[in-house]
Each structure stands twice: as structure tokens, then as C-alpha cells.
Design a protein around this ligand. Structure first.
Ligand code: GLN
Length: 479
């Protein structure tokens, strides 16, 4: 991204040339990878507009850069499917706040990327459009649910991409695909125009091969929005400048619960090597403890499914997308539309969530999960209040698994969020950054977690790690 910014600014490269190069690469490689579900028919026109801006000196740091957008974030006049049949043919008439702000900055929307249906999953295999493949090994998953965005950036089909992260859906696929993935603080980026999954957990996040690219995207997307009451009015911060600040004097905690059983040995070693690098660059490393981590997965899957069951009630065949032919009354219409429109994982979530919210069980499940959530949040804030600036953990317990390996076992799929879901429950910002390669030649991601609204610290820490562990793209893609 930094290199492309320079070349666009110096007019060595035009936005139209860059966009065409991306489209040609998509044409050549995406038949195999399947990271896009739809291209923007206006991409070249948008690039030409960006060139006019650049020529007249009205360009900014993102002007002319192509961005791929996860298919649950609205782009006006381009279909949003959320990788679900139920939304077939649904075309939003306006941009999400995040995409609108990026367009104002002059980006080129390349197209919409594949995902797990309604962002429910960790592998991009629950998509009604079929799975995305990992550019590092095409028999492996790209991770999920923002697998299309992660794979597109990893394969050089797009320099930048947007995803959404409810329990790890930006950070885990970023780790699996060897790119940078940022999940901002809850409330940092407006959720207006992001199709809701778990409203108290969802945030739009950013993918790039470089930390600076994620910082540039956040700098343009962040900030108060009248369309989202949970979006914070706090000043946004010097995200790009923070990439060069280094880590001297920072205290970085390694929470021991994130290095326990179930963690792959190569991942463990790579994350510890990243800790050693932070130490060489002047940070103090400290062993810390977050004992409630073991409740994160059950808590997350209660809160997320409960909110999903309520959010997904709006897809009834009347207001959006597809409507099943119905011969009965309105209940029959709902039943047949929802029965045909939603896939199996979505049904499972709706049933779990509806159960957790039902009379008699509400307190026992949902109410209890909310109380545990608050305790988890406090556990993090006590560490940060005690002088820890950042936490370093693995982003996922293993590298990318094989396609089909976990589709028959939802619980093992859910466990791949074990290191990321806590962060959403606590509303914190976190970033996944490559820290090495495992024995199978697959990328490993480390995760940095900061206090709420501490994204600058993430960019400083992740940039230090990035300088030490920059991955060369997979060899079959290196031209
Ligand atoms: N894999 C998690 C889930 O299925 C997280 C998904 C996400 O962050 N959108 O809920």
C-alpha cells in the first residue's frame, strides 16, 4: 500500500491502470480462490474519477486505491447477499457509512467478497456461493467469516479490503492468509450499513498486507456518525503516524491462558518470537493472567446467537431479498421463505439464540452470559489499569485447516475463535499480524490487544512486529 501510494502520487501509475491490474489478476486467479462474489461494474469509472482528483491535486492518501468489500457491508447499487440465499437480489440504495467515507476519500470499490453466511462461521464454507480457498494452500480454508477479503488481499487481488468482526472474523482469516487484520474498538467505526449479526459485538475492520494500510483505512472510516447511536464521538487519533512510534517503554502482557492446551507448538513459538522482538525494540514483556478466558466461548456463543436470532427476524420474505412462493397464510410465507433462504449454520444459530432468550431460560442463559461478559471486560480493564499497554496472544490456535475438516463438527469450528471472541465481548480493539510460517508452510498470526480506543498502540506494536517478520507472498502468486 505504501508503495502504491507513492506511485499514484508520483503519477508513475494511474488509478485506472492499478484497477485494471487488479481486475486482470482477479480474472486469472479468482476462478481458483473464489474470494469475490461480485465485481463492481463501475470500478474503472471510479478509478478514472480518482485519476482526475489526483491530477488536480485534490487526492488524499487513499485516492485511487482499490478496496474489496465484504458482502455484508452495503455499497450503493451493488447487491448485498451476506452469502445467503435469503437476500438474493437485494440491492441497497445507499452506502454504509464506512464505504461512503472511503468513497469520499477516493477509493475504488473493486467488488464484494465472499463470507460465511451472515458472518456465521470461521472458514467461509457456509457461504451459499461456495467456499473461498486459501492462497497459501488451495486445499485449506481462508478462515472466516471474512475469508474472501483476507484471501483477496493475500493473493494481491486487492491492496485493501473491509471485513466485519463479531468474534474474530477479521483477525482469524487474516492470520490464516498471512495478512494484517484490524478489529477496531466497539463504537470506533459506524455500523450503519453493516448487516447486523451480533449488534453488541460487530465492528467493521480492515485488511491490508501492511499495518499502515489498515491504519489508513481506519483513519478514514472512524468517527461519530448520526446513523449509529453506538458510534463514539471520541477524536479518532493519529493512526498512520503511530505506525512509526516504536514500542520503547511499553509494557506488553502475555496472558498465560492464551498459551495453554490446544495451541499448536509452531504457533506458540512464533508468537513468543514476536514477544522477543518487541523486547529487543524496548518493550517490557510480562507474564499476566486472564482466568475468565475459559468462559469466553460459551459466553460468546450465547450472546452472539441471542442477538442473531433477534436481528435475523427481519428476513421474512416481505421486506428484503427473496420471497418463497406461498400458498398459505403469512406464517406459511415466513416459514417457507426462511426455511429455504437460510443455510444450516444460520438455522442452528437462530435456534440456539431463540432458546437462550425464551421465557424461563433467559436468566439462566442469556442473563448469565451478560454477567460473565461484564466480568471478562473488567478482567481486561484491570490489567490495563495496572500498567499493561498491550497484550500479545496467538490469533488462532492453529494455522489454516483443510476444507471440510470441521464442517461436520460445529463445536470444533467454534473453538477456532477462542483467542479472538474475548476481545469482542470486552469491546476492545485488536490486530492480527503475521509472525511466521508453520511446518506446513502456512502463515501464523499474532494478536495484539489494546485498551478501548487504544488503536494507536496496536499500530505501533504491530509495525514493530511487521518489520521483523514480513512474509513473502506464496510462491505461486509471486509475479
Ligand atoms: N466465527 C465466529 C462466529 O461464527 C465469529 C464470526 C464473526 O466474527 N463474524 O460467530
Amino acid at each position: 500500500v505504501v508503495e502504491l501510494q507513492r506511485r499514484l502520487r508520483d503519477r508513475e501509475l494511474s488509478a485506472v491502470e492499478l484497477t485494471r491490474a487488479c481486475l486482470q489478476r482477479i480474472e486469472r486467479l479468482d476462478g481458483t480462490l473464489h474470494s469475490f462474489v461480485r465485481l463492481n461494474p463501475r470500478a474503472e469509472q471510479e478509478a478514472a474519477e480518482a485519476d482526475r482528483r489526483l491530477l488536480s491535486g485534490r487526492g488524499g492518501p487513499l485516492t485511487g486505491l482499490p478496496v474489496a468489500v465484504k458482502d455484508n457491508i452495503h455499497c450503493a447499487a451493488i447487491e448485498t447477499s451476506c452469502a445467503s440465499r435469503i437476500l438474493d437480489g437485494f440491492v441497497p440504495d445507499r452506502d454504509a457509512t464506512a464505504t461512503a467515507r472511503l468513497r469520499q476519500a477516493g477509493v475504488v470499490i473493486l467488488g464484494k467478497t465472499n463470507m460465511d453466511e451472515f458472518a456465521m462461521g470461521s472458514s467461509t464454507e457456509t457461504s451459499c456461493h461456495g467456499a473461498t480457498r486459501n492462497p497459501w494452500a488451495v486445499d485449506r480454508v481462508a478462515g472466516g467469516s471474512s475469508g474472501g477479503s483476507a484471501a483477496a488481499v493475500a493473493a494481491g487481488l486487492a491492496p485493501l479490503a473491509l471485513g466485519s468482526d463479531t468474534g474474530g472474523s477479521v483477525r482469524q482469516p487474516a492470520a490464516f492468509c498471512g495478512v494484517v487484520g484490524l478489529k477496531p474498538t466497539y463504537g470506533r467505526v459506524s455500523r450503519s450499513g453493516l448487516v447486523a449479526y451480533g449488534s453488541s459485538l460487530d465492528q467493521i475492520g480492515a485488511f491490508s498486507r501492511e499495518v499502515a494500510g489498515a491504519a489508513e483505512l481506519l483513519a478514514r472510516m472512524a468517527g461519530a456518525d448520526g446513523e449509529d447511536a453506538t458510534c463514539s464521538p471520541r477524536p479518532t487519533g493519529e493512526f498512520v503516524a503511530a505506525c512509526d512510534r516504536g514500542v520503547a517503554g511499553l509494557r506488553v502482557g502475555l496472558p498465560r491462558e492464551y498459551f495453554g492446551s490446544g495451541l499448536d507448538g509452531a504457533v506458540d513459538r512464533a508468537v513468543r518470537a514476536a514477544a522477543a522482538e518487541l523486547q529487543r525494540q524496548g518493550a517490557a514483556i510480562q507474564d499476566v493472567s486472564l482466568p475468565l478466558t475459559r468462559y469466553a466461548i460459551p459466553t460468546y456463543y450465547l450472546v452472539a446467537t441471542a442477538e442473531a436470532s433477534s436481528n435475523l427476524a427481519r428476513f421474512d420474505g416481505v421486506r428484503y431479498g427473496q420471497r418463497a412462493p406461498s400458498i398459505g397464510d403469512w406464517q406459511d410465507l415466513y416459514r417457507s421463505t426462511r426455511g429455504r433462504g437460510f443455510g444450516e449454520e444460520v438455522w442452528r444459530r437462530i435456534m440456539l439464540g431463540t432458546y437462550a432468550l425464551s421465557a424461563g431460560y433467559y436468566d439462566q442463559f442469556y442473563g448469565k452470559a451478560q454477567r460473565v461478559r461484564e466480568l471478562l471486560r473488567r478482567e481486561f480493564s484491570n490489567l490495563f489499569a495496572g500498567g499493561i499497554h498491550l497484550l500479545l496472544t496467538p490469533a488462532a490456535p492453529t494455522g489454516a485447516f483443510r476444507l471440510g475438516e470441521k464442517t461436520g463438527d460445529p463445536l470444533s469450528m467454534y473453538l477456532s475463535d477462542i483467542y479472538t471472541a474475548t476481545v469482542n465481548l470486552a469491546g476492545l480493539p485488536a490486530i492480527s499480524v503475521p509472525v511466521g510460517i508453520d511446518g506446513d508452510g502456512l502463515p501464523i498470526g499474532g494478536q495484539l490487544i489494546a485498551p478501548a480506543f487504544g488503536e494507536e498502540l496496536l499500530f505501533s506494536g504491530a509495525s514493530v512486529i511487521e518489520r521483523a517478520f514480513r512474509l513473502a507472498p506464496p510462491s505461486w502468486l509471486q509475479e
